[in-house]
Design a protein around this ligand. Structure first.
Ligand SMILES: *[C@@H]1O[C@H](CO)[C@@H](O)[C@H](O)[C@H]1NC(C)=O
Ligand SMILES: *[C@@H]1O[C@H](CO)[C@@H](O)[C@H](O)[C@H]1NC(C)=O
Ligand SMILES: CC(=O)N[C@H]1CO[C@H](CO)[C@@H](O)[C@@H]1O
Length: 350
């Protein structure tokens, strides 16, 4: 099995009046010199499959089309993956060298295009019924001056559940669709701190973005645990991101349980059961978008009366195992992985 490094459209489409491919469909052939290299052709197939899967642009084998792409190995000074505009006639596109590099096993890298790349595709080739998203802060990637092969976020395509970016699992969900942005949120982000009090009769996981409260819990017997991600501080409306949800914190003093929900109705229901509303910890997104791609999984242990929330894949897997005592409830919402909203969208160079 081959994975690849692949670098994206550098210096593409500086003008917005680029001729687009009709029907969002790109006829292509592959240069025989590449066709002969098994590892590279598999990489190319993977890259095209990825693009077709997560955007509305599709690649078709050329039959008699007059305008088509020839995937070739060109000089390093030629931008990679310049496929977004139709130039007319035979159009050479560089997928050589740095643009499409098979990675030898053991591969740690399988993700091919970044969210920003996909955002750019979505901007030029919006899926029907979905608002086009602005390429905004992604321009640095598309206008990259040199053709450095972009490394990609580790994500095992053989095991999509392990992908940190759930968007990519869904063939039908274009990036950022429901939230008007794939990568952007204008508010400040703060870590959602996590602590746990294991004392019998308490057994309570506690989460807060407020460091003072966190410190006071720690001094009252809660043990620090790893933060679960970042919450937005501004909401519920944002100039970029249209699917923010407040994360409400509630507390039930009798059963010593902190409970968090992003659902207003559920909050009301909990209050009716004796939970007291404490505060809004911050904002998360209802869909994987706006740079927030980490699902916050919610669990409940009825014996301990404890709600537990995690974004860690290993912990989620472990808790879902029958013996954990914690029952899986749902993905509450999505959190940011980094302090900068669009960082998850930036391909990591080198
Ligand atoms: C994929 O997207 C469709 C349409 O938005 C949705 O109905 C479906 O539940 C999604 N599937 C997954 C696995 O998220
Ligand atoms: C909120 O919770 C209620 C009751 O559990 C449910 O009917 C509703 O669909 C939820 N709303 C959202 C936006 O998930
Ligand atoms: C080019 C561009 O749109 N830059 C924006 C990136 O995001 C920050 C914060 O959201 C904006 O202030 C910039 O204008």
């Amino acid at each position: 099995m081959w994975f690849l490094f692949c670098c994206i459209w550098a210096r593409t489409t500086t003008s917005s009046a680029v001729p687009a491919w009709p029907d969002m469909s790109v006829p292509f052939v592959v240069d025989p010199a590449i066709e002969d290299q098994a590892d590279r052709i598999i990489s190319l197939d993977n890259a095209l499959a990825h693009l077709s899967r997560v955007t509305c642009l599709s690649f078709i084998q050329r039959t008699t089309e007059k305008n088509f792409i020839i995937f070739s190995e060109l000089s390093e000074s030629v931008p990679c993956w310049d496929v977004l505009s139709m130039k007319g006639g035979e159009q050479m596109v560089n997928v050589g060298g740095n643009c499409l590099e098979p990675v030898k096993l053991p591969a740690t890298v399988t993700r091919i295009f970044s969210d920003c790349d996909l955002q750019k595709v979505q901007y030029l080739y919006p899926c029907p019924g979905i608002l086009p998203v602005r390429p905004s802060n992604c321009t640095s990637i598309f206008n990259r001056v040199n053709n450095v092969a972009a490394s990609v976020v580790p994500c095992d395509v053989e095991d999509p559940d392990a992908c940190p970016y759930p968007t990519y699992r869904n063939n039908t969900l274009p990036v950022g669709s429901a939230c008007s942005s794939a990568c952007d949120y204008s508010g400040r982000l703060l870590p959602l701190l996590r602590s746990f009090n294991a004392r019998l009769g308490v057994s309570d996981h506690f989460y807060t973005t407020d460091t003072v409260t966190d410190a006071s819990m720690i001094s009252n017997g809660y043990e620090e645990e790893d933060p679960v991600g970042y919450l937005g501080m501004e909401g519920p409306s944002d100039s970029h991101c249209s699917c923010l949800r407040p994360l409400f914190r509630l507390y039930h003093p009798v059963i010593n349980n902190h409970f968090y929900t992003s659902n207003e109705t559920e909050r009301g229901g909990a209050e009716a059961l004796g939970y007291q509303f404490e505060r809004i910890e911050g904002y998360c997104t209802s869909e994987p978008a706006c740079g927030a791609y980490m699902p916050l999984s919610r669990f409940f242990n009825p014996l301990l009366s404890d709600h537990l929330y995690t974004t860690a894949i290993e912990e989620t897997t472990a808790l879902k195992s029958i013996l954990s005592g914690y029952g899986y409830e749902r993905v509450e919402c999505f959190l940011w992985q980094y302090e900068t909203a669009n960082r998850a969208c930036e391909t990591l160079l080198r």
